[in-house]
Structure formats: structure tokens, C-alpha cells
Write a protein that binds this ligand. Sequence first.
Ligand SMILES: [Cu+2]
Length: 203
Amino acid sequence: MRNKALLITVVFAILVNPASASVMGQNTDKMPPGCESISGTANITVEAGTDHADKFPSKMYTYSDRKMQFEPCTKLTVNFINNDSVRHQWMVHGLPKETYPMGMFMLEVTGPGEETGTFILPAGDESLMIHCGLGQHMQKGMKAQLTVGEGDGKVSNIPGHTAAFNEHGYESESVVPMAATVGLLMMLLGAGIIVILERKTEE
Ligand SMILES: [Cu+2]
């Protein structure tokens, strides 16, 4: 009886278990090189999901906000809400390694749910890329630009904002599946020949 109650509790806990979430590169007080102090604080909420990609015919996932701009040395708190039942990330690249050993800040939520994290933006004018690192999610639209100060360029292929040309790694990504398809066809052909030869020897 007791075991049964325990089993029911465990099963129930698994069923209602909320999505797990994590923060990487959290930084609330360490100044990036060139920042004497925090210039200001900002709070944003970003949603991730298929619903935000509906208006972009060739895209499957995206963020509710894909372009944002803040003063250098801003202490930024991000509330990241995942509306999908698949895992999504809000990952900022190109942060100073002195302050962020991995060079990044990341929020990740594995299913419907949310996570909040804080980091301090660098001191210079920079255009930082934000994306979801899960397989093909960035190519499917999960990409954004965080402009620090005046920025230093444009991040390509942001739905509704920038063009898809010059996409870094675009060509190699389309070549790899093609090579894999050719390889698979060759394997099938080889297997077919072996089957035919075996049948012939059996006869
Ligand atoms: Cu994703």
C-alpha cells in the first residue's frame, strides 16, 4: 500500500515536473574591461517559440524581440519565456573573456517555462549576436542582435530585420546534408548489389 502511494507520487511528480531551466555566465557585479561602473540597469522579457515565427513564411522558430540596443556597461536582466515544448536558448556571444570565461551569457529552458538571468554589457560599441544553439534553430529563425552603444555592424539573417545573404556557414551547412544523402544512396546501392550477388550464389 505504501509502495503504491510512493509510485503514484513519483509518477505524478514526473508528469507535472516543470521544464528545467539554467543560466550560464550570470554576472551581477563584475565589471567588464573598460567599465568603471554600471551605467544603468534594464529589464527585458523575451519570448521564444513557433508562434512568433508565424509571420515569416520560411522560418519555424524565433524570438519576440530580435533587435535591442543598450548603453555600454548596462546591467541587463533578461526574463526568457519558452512557449514551445522543445528546448530553446537565448545565447549572447562575443562577451569579454576576462569577465565571461566562455565569452557568453546563456539562458536555457527545456520546455514551456521561464528563466531569468543578469549580466553586464561590455564597454565598447558592439553588435552582439544572440541565437539558440540547438540543431538548426538559428537557421530556422532563432537569431537576434543586441547592439551595445552604436554597435559595429549588422548581424545577418534576423527575421524581419536583416537579409540572409553572407550567412556565416550557410554553404557548408547545405553541402553536408547533400554529402550525407549521396553517402546513404551509395550504401543502399552497395547493400543491394551484395543481396543480388548472394542470391545468385544461392541459386
Ligand atoms: Cu531553440
